[in-house]
Write a protein that binds this ligand. Structure first.
Ligand code: ATP
Length: 353
């Protein structure tokens, strides 16, 4: 196990800069997930950690050793890829033991480690099979097993679940999390999947255009997004946002056209100040004293109802944890929980608090 420190790391491919001085400190045994839109540099950063991509500037330390020029095989890390990258002509057992055989580990030691990993991953009955004789989920587990037997200092995962169907993804998510908690191996994991990030990570790092927008515990990012980008990136359905002005008539509110959205907090002396106001779909309820909206699309899922409503030119998505009888064209009144309204500076996008 080891700490990982990424210090002002930059990466250019020719004249194109894709990472601009990124710093992340990862504690021993921590599970860190990198998220961000396509092309923001997640995979590049992971490959730099693995040693598969050079570092243009800055420093990467694994267990306090600077690894900038250490080749991949000497970094003591194991990477699990999206496509699993199993050797088709080797059995499951051979795939899992390959790296140990390369290192000339004693046969008895190899057997002990492969059996322990196979047991943990429920692969014992499959050890003699070839990859083509396995399901997607089983292949995924073999790829994990191959990483585990090496007992590396760090695990790197590049979207390991993206080729699985939704049900398997949920099962493997829990399995990876359980294994990581048991092994306590420092882990860096790249995903597109918000739920994966929210449920598995100790710390989420939100990247955008080769920079870090915010990093922190999943609920910290959800509760107190540092800026508009994170506010809209974390949470599903996405946070509703709209421009308005602070009005303080008795209670502080955000005013936008005919809309009045009470807020628990308004910056001192901010009356008349322009802001971007945000609230999450799940923090809206139907309320006779709320503002008037017209119902658009209604999507019941059984346990909850997602409703898109309109107030003037503004559309909001609402997520009600109940069945709502509204139909398109109905007029209802809604209110956002005043203590869950977020305010941002319209120029910088930074949180006001
Ligand atoms: P995705 O979520 O789509 O996988 P990502 O966040 O992992 O995206 P990267 O794959 O790290 O993004 O790519 C970051 C940027 O670097 C992209 O603009 C990509 O086109 C560019 N890039 C990646 N590898 C190379 C390369 N070998 N040569 C030139 N440009 C590259």
């Amino acid at each position: 196990m080891a700490t990982v420190n990424i210090c002002e790391a930059s990466k250019s491919f020719g004249a194109v800069n894709v990472l601009h001085g990124v710093s992340i400190d990862i504690a021993d045994g921590e599970f860190v997930i990198l998220v961000g839109p396509s092309g923001c540099g997640k995979t590049t950063l992971l490959r730099m950690l693995a040693g598969l991509e050079s570092i243009s500037d800055g420093e990467i330390r694994i267990g306090n050793q600077v690894v900038n020029s250490v080749p991949p095989k000497h970094r003591d890390i194991a990477m699990v890829f999206q496509n699993y990258a199993l050797y088709p002509n080797m059995t499951v057992a051979e795939n899992m033991s390959f790296s140990l055989r390369l290192r000339r580990t004693a046969k008895s030691e190899i057997e002990t480690r492969v059996n322990a990993a196979a047991q943990a991953l429920d692969l014992m009955p499959l050890l003699g099979r070839y990859p083509r004789q396995l399901s997607g989920g089983q292949r995924q587990r073999v790829a994990m097993g191959r990483a585990i037997v090496r007992d590396p200092q760090v695990f790197l995962f590049d979207e390991p679940l993206s080729n699985l169907d939704a049900k398997l993804r949920v099962a493997m998510r829990a399995e990876i999390k359980r294994l990581q908690q048991r092994l306590k191996t420092t882990t860096v994991y790249v995903t597109h999947d918000q739920i994966e990030a929210m449920t598995m990570a100790d710390k989420i790092v939100v990247m955008h255009d080769g920079l870090i927008e915010q990093s922190g515990a999943p609920l910290e990012l959800y509760d107190r997004p540092a800026n508009l980008f994170v506010a809209q990136f974390i949470g599903s359905p996405a946070m509703n946002i709209f421009p308005g002005k602070i009005g303080i008539n008795g209670t502080p509110s955000v005013l936008a056209g005919g809309l009045v959205v009470p807020v628990d907090f308004a910056p001192m002396g901010s009356e008349g100040r322009e802001v971007i106001c945000g609230f999450r779909p799940e923090h809206i309820r139907i309320d006779d004293d709320g503002f008037v909206v017209e119902v658009g699309v209604v999507e019941p899922t059984g346990s909850e109802t997602q409703v898109v409503v309109r107030a003037g030119a503004q559309e909001f998505t609402c997520l009600f944890r109940e069945r709502v009888q509204a139909r398109p064209g109905d007029i209802i009144r809604i209110r956002a929980d005043p203590n869950k309204v977020h305010l941002f500076d319209p120029k910088t996008g930074q949180r006001l608090s």
